[in-house]
Design a protein around this ligand. Sequence first.
Ligand code: FBP
Length: 552
Amino acid sequence: MSKSISPLQKTRYKYTPKLPSSLRHGAKVKIIEGQKTKSAADCEKVKELFPNTYGLPILTFENNEGPGSAKPIKAGVVLSGGQAPGGHNVIAGLYDGIKTISTENRLYGFLNGPGGLIDNKYIEITSEFLDEYRNTGGFDIIGSGRTKLETPEQFDKTAENCLALGINSIIIIGGDDSNTNACLLAEYFCTENIPIQVIGCPKTIDGDLKNEQIETSFGFDTACKLYAEMLGNLQRDANSAKKYWHFIKLMGRSASHITLECALQTHPNAALIGEEVAEQNKTLKQITDELANIIIERSEKGLNFGIVLVPEGLIEFIPEMKMLISELNDTIAEHSSSFEALCEDSEKLEYITGKLSPEAARVYLTLPMDIRKQLIMDRDPHGNVQVSRIETEKLLIELLEVRLRTWSAEGKYSGKFNALSHFFGYEGRCAAPSNFDADYCYSLGYTAAALLGAGKTGYMASIKNLSKPADKWIAGGIPITMMMNIERRHGKPKPVIQKALVELDKGPFRHFAEHREYWAEDNDYTYPGPIQYFGPSEICDCITRTLELEQQ
Ligand code: FBP
């Protein structure tokens, strides 16, 4: 039986992604070297750790045909971490790009994330195989995984497997951690004289891999547009039935970029921004009170309904919760064998509570039982709590129910509070990429091919000027060390790419802050509707409000 394909998918196969003008004639470009660079902070330390890949110049491309690669390119590509719309197009751009340099060039895909490099699990990517993934969502072409590639043993195994296959370059498509590790790998190969180039590509729906050089990570555009569509629909439903308060948790492991973007697109009655909560040292009680006040004010106008956006990472921005989570992470790691040996939840809860400091135990015991259980569930491979599994939206509803009951008894509130909770997360990560992400990702892949052709290593593919039409985009390469600083991870100083949090003094947050009071009191809902692929450019090629306000 032949594979079933939706009509939209069939049509999208034929979409030709737009490229920056410097790549219009192929990936064999002339490279222009900019100034030498330094790291975002801790320059001396980063330089010492990366003697080969530190201080490289920023690269841009010129349309003129460059010398191209002296040797044939045999590249291996890896998808790392959470899915993000457009990953397939990075691979398509990479494949098409290396083929414009030489039709002899070949591309392999390592399966199921960085682990595939170590386990030597791969497939060769051919034109025929690739065609059914063009402009589609997901990472299913080769799968993804969260194995961290960071030890010399893993690097040696990677080199052994790649050299045996004749692979002379690796492209790692991932977030800040995966690109940090890509840079460590590039540096290791340089030090050990292993002839393999390493290039990174900026991926994550969370939008927190960005800086002056990387304007946005791919996938953020599509995921936010998809969530905004669903939020708009919920707003219409709320405004029609006029009886529910909807609390929607939105994905974003740490930073609140997704929540902020969705708020800018839809104008909800409230949106919590983790970075602001942290800056103002807000407690869970203060957050609850502020939301309760909005509910009361609306209720006094007869509006017993509304929309509240809750960023997934909120919980770790609330100072008291941050302290609690950090103690829980350390305690679970330190006593893992005794802790894992306990079977019943009740035993685990009692054991952990007994190990916490009095202040952390006090906060822990004020939380509803379900949340206490969620906070001690399995950690991710980095030893962190998995915030996507903590139902912060339900926690807020529970706290609000208690607060509003009390205020009702005191005669301060006479409205009705019927709340429903939602989590918009995984459904956004594999959506069919918007035209923006389809074009951006294809261009990133093509750029990676150009960097390989020019023999570069330790670079991240970059496309700038994204608020302009694609032919005005500026393609090039950014030395990964340029984005690094030293941070404490697991108690040790480590070089890492700085994570971009929401900046409270920048355009997107300022716009939100100027309008939120009005959005809270009245119904100024906007309904973005579904992502459009065909039609007028102002609808089909529009960028996120975040990018627009940042580049204004
Ligand atoms: P990346 O940073 O790897 O792109 O993943 C982001 C993310 O989608 C977060 O928003 C979310 O917290 C996390 O992945 C969920 O991880 P998992 O897929 O392992 O459940």
